[in-house]
Design a protein around this ligand. Structure first.
Ligand code: CP
Length: 307
């Protein structure tokens, strides 16, 4: 398959075949990170710019390492000390950096649509690293990769995404990805945090965590995204934790083997207790490890064939 797409904005815009092609490419890159010399020359001479307007631990580091392991040059642009603080628009910022001949922007922004806006104004590739409540495609790709690695398939695997679905770009990208690849997806959370009409995306809805747990091979926990909530959706985090958090007792009530996933950052003691996060069935650090291979694949496919 020849990769034709200039950008990666969301899994909504990829076909099942394209998603599987990224996952297959990621599989071939996974071994690079276990070698003593963790580098291949695939993107030698290319320049990747991390343009993060929102905080990040995993995604920013993972993209930087992925680009370096492909031998690309990487610039991590520091927004706080840039001319953005003097009123420069994100489009002007991107166009000025592009004038220095770069090949790819990795963009994270609090506003949904920001990476797409940049992509329409630059010739360089643009990869969405999370935009507002819209999408976080590489998070979903690494989640798909992790599930496929554990189960050998994605079709018919039952996954329940639990928490603040309304404000979660991860949930949206995961729903696109998992439903396209044939998984059975359920979403669960307090009614104000479940978007009206989300069933149209091909998911089931429950407001009861016991039902979500009973019908799942994987529970995927999300944090409450206070930074994106414009009003009070919950009476308290303590109450949320009581009804929807996974602690030792709730974990032990699960009869069948179930896997735990979380995109990070975790709010320990709210959606997940530490003792659960450390269980052998927790895939949380596997997800982080797989993020490198998946992002190597995305970078390789997106900019590898560019002149
Ligand atoms: N999962 C995720 O996007 O984490 P960061 O915010 O640390 O990048």
């Amino acid at each position: 398959m020849k990769w034709e797409k200039k950008d990666l904005i969301g899994l909504e815009y990829l076909t099942k075949r394209e998603i599987e092609y990224i996952l297959d490419t990621a599989k071939s890159f996974k071994g690079v990170s276990t070698r003593s010399v963790k580098k291949v020359p695939a993107l030698r001479g290319k320049t990747v710019v991390n343009l993060f307007f929102e905080p990040s631990t995993r995604t920013k580091t993972s993209f930087e390492l992925a680009a370096k392991r492909l031998s690309a040059d990487v610039l991590s642009f520091d927004v706080s000390t840039s001319s953005v603080s003097k009123g420069e628009t994100i489009v002007d910022t991107a166009k000025n950096i592009e004038a220095m001949k770069v090949d790819c922007f990795i963009v994270r922004h609090s506003v949904a649509g920001a990476p797409e806006l940049i992509s329409r104004n630059v010739e360089a590739a643009v990869i969405n690293a999370g935009d507002g409540c819209h999408e976080h495609p590489t998070q979903a790709l690494l989640d798909l990769f992790t599930v496929r690695e554990v189960f050998g398939k994605i079709k018919d695997v039952r996954i329940s995404i639990i928490g603040d679905i309304l404000h979660s770009r991860v949930a949206r990208s995961d729903i696109w990805g998992f439903t396209k690849l044939g998984a059975k997806v359920m979403v669960c959370g307090p009614p104000p945090l479940i978007p009206i009409g989300i069933e149209k995306m091909g998911v089931k809805v429950t407001y009861h965590i016991e039902e979500a747990i009973k019908n799942s091979d994987i529970i995927y926990l999300l944090r409450i995204q206070k930074e994106r909530q414009k009003e009070n959706f919950l009476t308290s985090l303590k109450e949320y934790s009581f009804f929807y958090g996974i602690d030792q007792d709730r974990y032990e009530s699960i009869k069948d083997k179930i896997f735990i996933m979380h995109p990070g950052p975790m709010n320990r003691g709210v959606e997940i207790k530490s003792e659960v996060a450390e269980k052998e069935n927790s895939l949380i650090l596997n997800q982080v490890t797989n993020g490198i291979a998946v992002r190597m694949a995305v970078l390789y496919l997106t900019i590898g064939s560019r002149k």
